[in-house]
Design a protein around this ligand. Structure first.
Ligand SMILES: NC(=O)c1ccc[n+]([C@@H]2O[C@H](COP(=O)([O-])OP(=O)(O)OC[C@H]3O[C@@H](n4cnc5c(N)ncnc54)[C@H](O)[C@@H]3O)[C@@H](O)[C@H]2O)c1
Length: 261
């Protein structure tokens, strides 16, 4: 399998959830991948399992110094970056009445500042490589946020604006760097499981989440990773600034009312 053969990639949030699925798929398709995450144990373990194709770097995406150091370390190890996938994320659902300013700032820091810094330093490195592909993991909540996703929806919408402006800038400058986003609906990961388990009736909330998609189920990590792989590879060479919905059809329906949705 050689869809990204010889490419150097970095996946933020690569230690768990969607990020792990993306890391494994990129490696299976011939890339060498830096797992950039704050979850050290899980990240190290995955890197060890991947052998020479995996490297763990502790990188908090909200910290500019760590981005600078991380890209330097990556370049020393494998040369400049070809692919950046930004999957690091947090989600603590709360309405406008319940969400605190601290929650707002946390969401904006990880999704907004994180995406800003990631794109900024990836573009510098990709220019040395003669081009590249950035894939930002957004959400259906950036397009149609539910009432409990005030902070998350706004932060993901900020991330979307960054995706588009980076696509425009790099296109106009002729950098051969593309920037796209993937928008999953509910996907089975530790993030979703934690949320479901915090409900009074986890099975009921799981059903509510599944019913938000015309396909009437929740996505697997692999279903999201397939879309990311396509946008990261040269197969999507004429796509930039694109928002790819991997949502089981969720965005074709109005937002449902109901507990926890
Ligand atoms: N799971 C879903 O239902 C779903 C749906 C739509 C979008 N998303 C998005 O997909 C992405 C991945 O989510 P997931 O469900 O795999 O979550 P997850 O919690 O399983 O994984 C997120 C990873 O991000 C890392 N992370 C968090 N803050 C970080 C920081 N400051 N610096 C570096 N790493 C950090 C965590 O350590 C973790 O490894 C997120 O951006 C999320 O918003 C998830």
């Amino acid at each position: 399998m050689t869809r990204v053969n010889g490419k150097v990639a970095m996946v933020t949030g690569g230690a768990t959830g969607i990020g792990v699925g993306v890391v494994r798929m990129l490696v299976d398709e011939g890339a060498r991948v830096v797992i950039a995450d704050i979850a050290e144990e899980a990240g190290q373990q995955l890197a060890e399992e991947l052998g020479e194709s995996g490297l763990f770097l502790r990188l908090d995406v909200t910290d500019e110094g760590q981005w600078q150091q991380g890209i330097r370390d990556l370049e020393e190890h494998w040369g400049p970056l070809d692919i950046l996938v930004q999957s690091a994320g947090i989600s603590r659902p709360a309405s406008i009445e319940d969400a605190s300013l601290a929650e707002w700032r946390d969401h904006m820091a990880v999704h907004g500042e994180g995406a800003f810094l990631g794109c900024k330093y990836a573009v510098q490195s990709m220019k040395k490589a003669g081009g590249g592909a950035i894939v930002n993991i957004s959400s259906v909540e950036s397009i149609r946020p539910g009432p409990l996703f005030t902070c998350y929806g706004a932060a993901k919408a900020a991330q979307d604006a960054i995706t588009k402006t980076v696509a425009l800038h790099c296109g106009e400058r002729g950098y051969n760097i593309r920037c796209n986003s993937v928008h999953p609906a509910a996907t089975y990961t530790p993030l979703l499981e934690q949320y479901l388990n915090s409900a009074e009736d986890p099975a009921g909330l799981e059903k509510t989440y599944a019913s938000m998609q015309p396909l009437n189920r929740i996505a697997t990590v692999e279903e999201i990773a397939h879309a990311v792989l396509f946008l990261a590879s040269d197969e999507s060479s004429f796509m930039t600034g694109h928002q790819m919905y991997v949502d089981g059809g969720a965005l074709t329906k109005p937002y449902p009312s109901g507990e926890g949705a």
